[in-house]
Each structure stands twice: as structure tokens, then as C-alpha cells.
Design a protein around this ligand. Structure first.
Ligand code: ADP
Ligand code: MG
Length: 303
């Protein structure tokens, strides 16, 4: 490209607005360098001044950006980029490196159905887990082995993970499911108290569909069991049926709870009207058949 002053274009007395704008923008040395790197004549470039400025500014924003949440560009997570097409320019929005990562991460989770689970849990990663506390090491080791050895065709037990609020139970199992999702394994994480509430409110078809989906999914986490108010319907019709089916079909099922096996048995025996230990024991037999009990102690990691 010739230097600007040498170009006939700029000696013309009737400088159009386009040219004026173009010349003005080139006073910025950095922008001039940017425009030069495109290797097209000024006559063509000047038609695109304002879009080229956008490209230049967005590219600059990206070069110092630390993450999606700091995005300054017009379209969140994207930057405008010119592309030479013969003797003209085309413009296209391209996703930035952070957006690309987000897209990739979501794809990795695409096999995990979640119901009423917070976002940070949804994106839980095995490689991101805190290894700082020994209490959890045993659980993490168990889950790592599970990921390696998981086989849909085999009857495999899940974990019944009990422990205090916020110690990371849900997080660890979500990370396990996300890892297996990369291998195409379908799973579901349902926040049990809310799932029951919503089942109760859903209409016939919707209800049946969701109920069957949860019953049959290869990997299931029933999250926070014991936190719901127990009714005959939720215990015997819903939970009982799901567990019976999963037991017979050898479908791996995980649970998290603030209560251990014994405490859950007590909680399940009490409905509004009466105490029914036999029914609770029957449910517990199924849970025990499906899982290995482990407890986790740890600090509350919720902020
Ligand atoms: P629980 O199910 O035991 O009540 P959660 O799994 O919801 O606890 O974890 C509580 C919070 O701590 C969540 O916000 C979660 O994102 C975070 N957290 C828990 N464990 C980890 C971990 N290993 N690595 C990173 N964040 C974690
Ligand atoms: Mg939880």
C-alpha cells in the first residue's frame, strides 16, 4: 500500500464524506497499521471506515480481556472481523476464545439433564475439584474409579453420599456425570424436593413423560433426599416406583442427603398422618441395594 500522501485520492479537491471520515480515522497510527495489514487499496477500504473501526476496537478489547464477564464488544462473546473477498470486504462475527470454551463446555454437558440445580454445579469439572481436604479424598478416589470403570451393561452401584450442607456432595457427583457425558453417557440430576413439587403440579402427559425419563435414565442423582416433606404419594408412588424399576434394571443411582441411611429411614417413616416404619424400611432396602453409603465431612463451601 502506498503512503497516504502519495495517493492521488487525497489530492482531489472534492473530498467526499467517505474520504474525510477515512482520512480522519487514519490519524490514529495504530488504526492505520491495522488497515494497512489488510492489503487493499484506499479506494476500497474507505467504503468501510466505520466497520473497520469496530473491527479494530473489538480486536483491541479482546487482546486485553480476562473473561466473558468482562466483554466490552457489541455482541457479547463475539468480535467483528473483516475478510477480504476479492476486491471487497465481508464482515463476520466470530466467537472469542472464552465463548468458544463456554460452547465446548456446554457441549460436554449435553448428556446431563438437570432439574433445579445451580449453574456452578452444572459446570462442575473433575479437574477443578479441591483436593485440599483429606476427608473427601476417599469419595473422590471412589468416583474416579467409577468413571474409569462405568459400563452401561453392568449392574453398578452408586453412592449414597451423606454429609453436612455445602460440603460439596452435589458438586462431586455432578462432576462425575459431566465427565461421563463426554463419553456420550446420559444422566440426570434432580433436586428431589423441587422435582416432587413440580411433578405434583404438572399435567398428565408432561408428568408421565418426565417420570418415565427419570425412571429409565442410565445414571441418576436424586439430590437432597430427606429434605422434602414426605407424603404417601411421594414416598410410595414416586420414589418407590422409580427405585424398584432401577433396581430391577440395574440402573446406577446416586443420592445425596444431609441424613445418613438410618436418619433417612426415620424421616421416610413419618408422613402427616402417621408413622409407617414398614414402608420406610422397604424404601431403604431398595436404596441400600442400589448404593454404597459414604459420609463426607467438610467445611461449608457455599459463599
Ligand atoms: P452440598 O451438595 O454438599 O450441599 P454443593 O455440592 O452444593 O454442596 O457445594 C457447595 C458449593 O461449593 C457450591 O457452590 C459448589 O460449586 C462449591 N464446591 C463444592 N465442592 C467443590 C469443589 N470440589 N470444587 C469447587 N467448588 C466446589
Ligand atoms: Mg447438594
Amino acid at each position: 500500500m502506498k503512503s497516504l500522501n502519495e495517493t492521488k485520492l487525497f489530492n482531489n479537491s472534492s473530498i467526499s464524506d467517505l474520504k474525510k471520515e477515512y482520512i480522519k480515522s487514519l490519524k490514529d497510527k495504530e488504526f492505520e497499521d491495522y488497515v494497512r495489514s489488510i492489503h487493499l487499496p484506499h479506494e476500497i477500504l474507505m467504503k468501510y471506515t466505520s466497520r473497520l473501526e469496530t473491527c479494530f476496537n473489538e480486536c483491541k478489547n479482546c487482546s486485553t480481556c480476562k473473561g466473558l464477564e468482562n466483554c466490552k464488544n457489541e455482541v457479547y462473546g463475539f468480535y467483528l472481523k473483516e475478510e477480504v473477498d476479492g476486491s471487497k470486504l465481508n464482515f463476520e462475527y466470530k466467537s472469542c476464545k472464552y465463548k468458544n470454551k463456554e460452547l465446548k463446555d456446554n457441549k460436554e454437558n449435553e448428556n446431563v439433564y438437570i432439574f433445579d440445580i445451580p449453574k456452578e454445579i452444572k459446570n462442575a469439572r473433575m479437574k477443578d475439584i479441591y483436593l485440599d481436604d483429606a476427608e473427601r479424598k476417599e469419595v473422590i478416589t471412589w468416583l474416579t474409579k467409577f468413571i474409569k470403570g462405568y459400563d452401561k451393561e453392568k449392574k453398578m452401584k452408586g453412592l449414597y453420599l451423606s454429609g453436612s450442607f455445602g460440603c460439596g456432595k452435589t458438586y462431586l457427583i455432578a462432576a462425575t456425570f459431566n465427565e461421563l457425558s463426554k463419553k456420550g453417557i446420559k444422566s440426570a440430576i434432580i433436586y428431589w424436593p423441587e422435582f416432587l413439587r413440580s411433578l405434583k403440579e404438572s399435567f398428565d402427559d408432561d408428568f408421565k413423560e418426565r417420570f418415565l425419563y427419570i425412571k429409565k435414565i442410565p445414571l441418576l442423582l436424586i439430590d437432597d433426599i430427606g429434605a422434602e416433606s414426605v407424603t404417601y404419594w411421594s414416598r410410595d408412588e414416586i420414589l418407590g416406583t422409580i427405585l424398584q424399576y432401577r433396581m430391577e434394571e440395574g440402573l446406577t443411582t446416586f443420592f445425596t442427603s444431609n441424613l445418613d441411611y438410618k436418619e433417612l429411614e426415620t424421616a421416610l417413616s413419618i408422613t402427616k398422618n402417621k408413622v409407617d416404619s414398614l414402608k420406610a424400611t422397604r424404601i431403604m432396602e431398595r436404596i441400600k441395594n442400589l448404593t454404597i453409603e459414604k459420609s463426607m465431612v467438610g467445611e461449608n463451601r457455599r459463599k
